[in-house]
Design a protein around this ligand. Structure first.
Ligand code: FRU
Length: 529
């Protein structure tokens, strides 16, 4: 997860590529300047027309782009990163996200906004928060959360620069947001603390008080989460550290996020009889007298694509986690595509074996299932790929159960061309105890991440391997045996990279069952949802 953060920073640098449209902020600044000068310069009808033509061309390109997912939530165009303030309110799921409406690169963060009745089909609403020139969020409205305060939906977010905490409220059912005139409500980290960052508030209520956890850290020490308390969301008292990392867990490097000296996006919530804290690592533990004592730690996702997860509680009492799936291709390719960043599928969290967090895709996604095929009891011979010839697709849900026997590795190949020149393997390596997405041959493009992504995963005794895989254009989301998730991005170039197969290495294995569904898109043109 920390590695992915580093990438985002790299992506932010050295911008070149497709032409940039005037940002909302440029526009506001320009309007203010021209008004002050006593003249109002309106854009000419030719330039408006040119803008419209450009927008229409982009829409067409996005609607037919084979790499653009069809059933994952994403903005209508341009850049997105972290999920922000997901909240279930008045029968609907609201999702906000870090968004640059001016291009597929991370700059001038806004809060995009979408709403769904069912966690699957979304409607885009207008942008909820934009930077205010001269305000504490002039350089961006960074990540945060949403709560309902005496029936008023309220966003708590980080304004930059410097990093300060701000409030915005909505009086019209979350359509428009007014920023608190007293912003910032927290203007600086606690006195005397030299932090590596101070951002991404997570707010919750306990009896008649509000609590706020904020991501931070100290150079050379560790990442940490600061805890604040308030009666009204406006005046906050710093209490103490909710939790802090360990110095001996720091990794080498210069960027405090990748070394672990800065914890971004804390998400803190009760789960069964424990509490869970998600930062760059994930763990469950006890929350006693406003201190969190981790008992178990792990990674939310074994891949390097999933980042900054945030959760919501819904009316069924489910704790649902969303994450940002970052791109795995060059900055130039992202800009040229006109979109970057995808929201993960909703993952329902429960407390699993020995208090570990376990995640399963929300069952609502099943409404997208189309044509179904089932296979049973197929032997898998070692050292070759057995294609499942009747199955093709880049928009599939796959549930496979394998008996690994004595093989060294077993798994699925997805997105394969008939000649295997492009293919991706989802591999359980028994020998090394890892679950991997092997991407050496995923794409003929020179512009994409290669190599394996994944991490430790082992089966007990005669446990079967259960892979639940979602393919959606360039996205692969994998749930393994209800206890591990692995997300990856692949960008095959050939239109026939649609094959599915299975393989075993070292010895034979057996496919117990395989169910495959073709998945329907969530909107006809991939732009309206
Ligand atoms: C995490 C993050 C947050 C910050 C936001 C800015 O990806 O760096 O810490 O608020 O993105 O877009």
């Amino acid at each position: 997860m920390t590695a992915s953060r580093l990438r985002v920073k790299e992506v932010a640098k050295g911008l070149k590529g497709v032409q940039r449209m005037a940002s909302r902020r440029d526009f506001l600044t320009l309007s203010a300047a021209t008004l002050l000068g006593g003249r109002i310069a309106l854009p000419s009808s030719t330039s408006i027309r040119a803008e419209q033509i450009k927008k229409e061309a982009l829409r067409k390109k996005l609607a037919t782009d084979p790499q653009r997912p069809r059933y994952h939530l994403m903005p209508p165009a341009n850049w997105m990163n972290d999920p922000n303030g997901p909240i279930f309110w008045k029968g609907q799921y609201h999702m906000f996200y870090q968004h640059n409406p001016n291009g597929a690169f991370p700059e001038s963060m806004h809060w995009g906004h979408a709403v769904s009745p069912d966690l699957v089909h979304w409607k885009h609403l207008s942008i909820a928060l934009s930077p205010t020139p001269g305000g504490p969020d002039k350089d961006g409205c960074w990540s945060g959360c949403a709560v309902v305060d005496r029936a008023i939906p309220t966003i708590v977010y980080t304004g930059v620069f410097p990093q300060v905490q701000c409030l915005a409220r909505s009086d019209d059912g979350m359509m428009n947001w007014r920023k608190d005139p007293g912003n910032p409500v927290i203007a600086a980290p606690p006195q005397g603390m030299e932090t590596t960052g101070f951002r991404d508030p997570c707010v919750w209520r306990e009896r008649d008080e509000w609590f706020l956890a904020i991501g931070s850290g100290i150079k050379g020490e560790s990442g940490m989460v600061l805890l604040y308390r308030s009666r009204d969301l406006i005046y906050w008292d710093y209490l103490h550290l909710l939790c802090k990392g360990r110095k001996d867990e720091l990794l080498p490097g210069n960027d405090p996020v990748s070394t672990g000296e800065m914890w971004e996006c804390p998400d803190f919530f009760p789960l069964a009889d424990k509490h869970a804290l998600i930062v760059s690592t994930l763990g469950a533990g006890r929350y006693v007298n406003q201190y969190f004592h981790p008992e178990i730690q792990g990674k939310a996702d074994l891949g390097d694509s999933y980042y900054a997860p945030r959760s919501m509680l819904d009316e069924k009492g489910r704790r649902i986690l969303w994450g940002w799936l970052r791109e795995g291709r060059s900055e130039a390719a992202q800009r040229a595509a006109g979109w970057a960043g995808v929201m993960s599928l909703p993952r329902v969290l429960t407390l699993g074996h020995e208090g570990a967090l376990s995640m399963a895709p929300a069952s609502e996604i099943e409404v997208l299932r189309g044509r179904h095929q089932r296979f049973e009891g197929l032997p898998i011979l070692p050292s070759s790929i057995s294609p499942l010839k009747s199955v093709r697709g880049d928009s599939l849900e796959i549930q496979a159960e394998f008996e690994p026997g004595a093989c060294q590795a077993v798994g699925l190949t997805v997105r394969s061309t008939p000649d295997g020149k492009e293919q991706t393997s989802i591999t359980y390596n028994r020998t090394s105890g890892n679950l991997l997405v092997e991407r050496e041959r995923s794409s003929l493009s020179p512009d994409v991440e290669r190599g394996s992504s994944g991490g430790p995963f082992a089966l007990a005794g005669d446990e079967t391997l259960k892979l639940h895989v979602f393919l959606d254009a360039s996205v692969i989301e994998i749930f393994a045996n209800d206890r591990a998730c692995l997300t990856s991005r692949v960008y095959p170039l050939r239109p026939d990279s649609l094959g599915l197969g299975m393989f075993a290495r070292g010895d034979k294995a057996r496919l117990k069952t395989l169910n495959v569904w073709e998945m329907r898109p969530i909107s006809p043109n991939r732009l309206t949802a």
